[in-house]
Ligand binder design. Structure first.
Ligand SMILES: [Mn+2]
Length: 338
């Protein structure tokens, strides 16, 4: 093949400007443009298109993880069903969210929204199962944080005793939110209480949660939460690298990596749905990924979610959010392959 990894990519090329097809690619990325229960600022459904476009600008040589592209990275065309399900669910959920959550008379709409969320979950589960059976690395590109639930569940049933490493401003441990079972704010609650139980959940960067979630963290021995102020203390004291190494050593052998971009400083994701001040810096999250790669833990699946180029979309990938999202996705894949 006449592919030159040092050259600029062409407009119609694949993910990260690569020419490879699905057969030769070890990494398969599924775009899931779904954000039905987004409670605040919409836009993450535009992320798969925007991040794909921005990915063509990412330099393929990574100072930290070398040449992830050599393994073959591929993202298929978007499944139009996700878009159709997203539009239908958003049309039904909009007025309910506007009123502050479901109430009497909303039963039919909530049932339909939950059914559509469950359809996304089933599709993501099937995608992940297939790729794990083929020995590939499955990657989910949301959408909001509800989108990777099926991937976490598939990895947990394939690798019993799975640990999840979650970067997030929020705990996402509500039993349901605004009446919706498959809410973005419930993804880790659903993962912990679903059919395939996970052995451990390490949350990094949490700085916005409700009392019920706080109680759940205190009461479930599987959950370990590093709050934003603990990260700040490490940054200014013993050091981020020591905290990252010690925390990752608490995870089981098989790890699923779930990164909600709002776990990072909002300067890196200004358009995301529910931004919170504080969070991990770019170099800081890189240190965490380096320590994960250097550990003897194995990343069996991963997702990047809540990237939003803004409500208007971003087909050419020139928004700051999409640029950061594409670079972060490449670095996460690099860490998983290292
Ligand atoms: Mn989240």
């Amino acid at each position: 093949m006449d592919f030159d990894p040092n050259a600029a990519s062409t407009a119609g090329s694949g993910l990260f400007g690569l020419p490879c097809g699905p057969e030769s690619a070890h990494v398969h990325v599924l775009g899931v443009p779904f954000e039905a229960t987004t409670s605040y600022r919409p836009g993450t459904a535009n992320a798969p298109v925007a991040v794909l476009a921005a990915s063509r600008q990412v330099d393929l040589f990574d100072l930290h993880f070398g040449k992830p592209y050599e393994h073959g990275l591929w993202m298929g065309p978007l499944d139009p069903r996700f878009g159709a399900w997203d539009r239908e669910a958003r049309r039904l959920a909009g007025p309910i969210i506007e009123r502050g959550g479901a109430g009497p008379g909303d039963e039919d709409a909530v049932a339909r929204i939950d059914a559509l969320g469950d359809a996304v979950r089933t599709e993501v589960t099937n995608f992940t199962k297939e790729r794990l059976d083929e020995g590939r690395l499955p990657v989910i590109l949301g959408g909001d944080h509800s989108t990777p639930l099926g991937a976490i569940e598939a990895c947990a049933s394939r690798f019993p005793g799975l640990g999840v490493l979650q970067f997030d401003a929020h705990a996402d441990l509500r039993p349901s939110f605004e009446g919706f079972k498959w809410s973005h704010a419930s993804v880790m609650y659903n993962a912990l209480h679903g059919p395939a139980e996970i052995a451990g959940l390490m949350q990094v960067g949490v700085r916005d949660l409700c009392e019920q979630e706080h109680d759940l963290i205190q009461g479930d021995a599987r959950v370990r939460t590093l709050f934003g102020h603990e990260l700040a203390a490490a940054r200014h004291g013993a050091g981020t690298r020591a905290l990252a190494r010690a925390s990752i050593s608490e995870l089981p052998e098989h790890v699923y990596l779930s990164l909600d971009v709002d776990g990072l400083d909002p300067g890196l994701c200004p358009s995301t749905g529910t931004p919170v001040p504080g969070g991990l810096g770019w170099d800081e999250v890189t240190i965490w990924l380096e320590e994960l790669a250097a550990s003897d833990r194995r990343v069996v699946g991963l997702d990047l979610n809540e990237v939003s180029p803004g409500p208007a979309g971003d087909p050419d990938g020139s928004s700051w959010d999409a640029i950061v999202g594409a670079r972060l996705l490449y670095r996460m894949i690099g860490a998983a392959l290292a």
